[in-house]
Design a protein around this ligand. Structure first.
Ligand SMILES: Cc1cc2nc3c(=O)[nH]c(=O)nc-3n(C[C@H](O)[C@H](O)[C@H](O)COP(=O)(O)O)c2cc1C
Ligand code: SF4
Length: 362
């Protein structure tokens, strides 16, 4: 079978992507201390770029020092961060016109920084960390909007092809979307229009400076399994609002974001609700993430125009050259067995534990 659609080009905003394969943002913890781009990080992106992915989305980069998940997470908020990021962009661009987006983030109520207090839209205790974040004043929310805009402008200056706002997985921007973590009574809380206002204001702030020449995409929480949070209906409504705002692409995620996929029925696990968003997409690319392992089913999903791109994280940790393998005609599914053992390596430099164990046995 020929993977005609999977390997056909398509645009996100004004940027042509050579195929429909996106590398979903994956935090690798291999930056130099305090978030500078160094040789280990460059090597990892080189492997991805040579592997045939059309659009690489970087692991989350923090928009200010208080928003980092640790000293080895990439950051982008200061002039000193520009040279390393420029080097990274150039390296990726040099490989067969591969495109690169930077994902930008603040840890919000998941923050456990030893120096900075944890902040969020509302002071709802976080049972996992044991920390109750400080709820932000309206002016402080506006300061954070500025930080996201400024980081995006720096990303443009570095040559990134687009920026992705991280509004999923319980981090700062996701905290605004969820009725469980956002109890605000100002313009940034209340109904869905108000809860998405922070994304609208960041989007508009970037557009005011750069117009349509720099695509803005967003990964957002579209489904929570716990009560009083984001329902499937709310997720679909959010997708419509984001497309109406003018985002160039959306990548809907949810809880759990990295599901264990033991059976074929569990593959493409966000597809049932994500395909319902397609009719609401204006000039907005719909990117499917979550459990995509099989090139033939990916081809069919794209052929039926249920989504515009497919996005992979764990399969590319195991096999950075997976797109090239599929392109060469080897259509066996991704080798990643979705065991999630790579999460245990996240604080020391993410790698595929299964692959390493197999190599040891050889
Ligand atoms: C080690 C690891 C790190 C991740 N880091 C991020 C991240 O920085 N930002 C993000 O939005 N998602 C992150 N994710 C989630 C993935 O992007 C993706 O949404 C999820 O793993 C489902 O896709 P998959 O089945 O292809 O792995 C991470 C996943 C893994 C396994
Ligand atoms: S450790 Fe498991 S989930 Fe992670 S990349 Fe390897 S096989 Fe996939």
């Amino acid at each position: 079978m020929e993977l005609k659609t999977l390997f056909s080009p398509k645009k996100i905003g004004n940027v042509q992507i050579k195929n429909r394969i996106v590398r979903s943002a994956t935090f690798m913890h291999v930056a130099e201390k305090y978030g500078f781009v160094g040789e280990r990080l460059l090597k990892m992106y080189e492997e991805l770029a040579t592997g045939g992915t059309g659009l690489i989305i970087t692991g989350a980069a923090a928009v200010d020092p208080s928003g980092t998940g640790g000293p080895y997470q990439v950051v982008l908020y200061d002039e000193s961060h520009l040279p390393g990021n420029k080097k990274l962009v150039k390296l990726v661009h040099d490989y067969d016109n591969t495109k690169i987006a930077v994902q930008i983030q603040h840890s919000g109520r998941q923050g456990v920084h030893p120096k900075y207090p944890t902040v969020a839209p509302s002071p709802i205790p976080n049972e996992e960390t044991g920390i109750t974040p400080r709820g932000l004043e309206t002016d402080e929310v506006k300061d954070y909007i500025k930080k996201f805009v400024e980081t995006s402008l720096m990303a443009y200056e570095c040559g990134y092809d687009m920026v992705q706002l991280h509004s999923a997985h319980g981090y700062f921007l996701n905290n605004f979307l969820s009725p469980f973590t956002n109890k605000r009574t100002d313009e940034f809380g209340g109904d869905l229009q108000n809860r998405t206002k922070i994304l609208r204001d960041i989007h508009d702030g970037i557009r005011d400076q750069l117009g349509k020449k720099f695509p803005i995409i967003v990964k957002f929480q579209s489904l929570d399994l716990l009560p009083n949070r984001i329902t499937e209906e709310a997720g679909i409504e959010i997708s419509k609002i984001l497309s109406d705002i003018g985002f160039d692409g959306i990548e809907p995620s949810g809880t759990p974001s990295s599901k264990i996929v033991k059976k074929i029925e569990y593959e493409n696990y966000f597809l049932p609700n994500v395909k319902k968003m397609k009719p609401f997409m204006k000039d907005c690319a719909l990117i499917l993430v979550g459990g995509i392992r099989n090139p033939i089913s990916a081809e069919k999903i794209l052929e039926r125009e249920e989504v515009d791109f497919i996005s992979l994280s764990r399969p590319l940790i195991y096999e950075p050259n997976l797109p090239n393998r599929w392109k060469s005609g080897d259509l066996t599914p991704a080798k990643c067995i979705s065991c999630n053992s790579c999460f245990t390596t996240m604080n020391t430099g993410t790698y595929c534990v299964t692959k390493k164990n197999l190599e040891k046995k050889k």
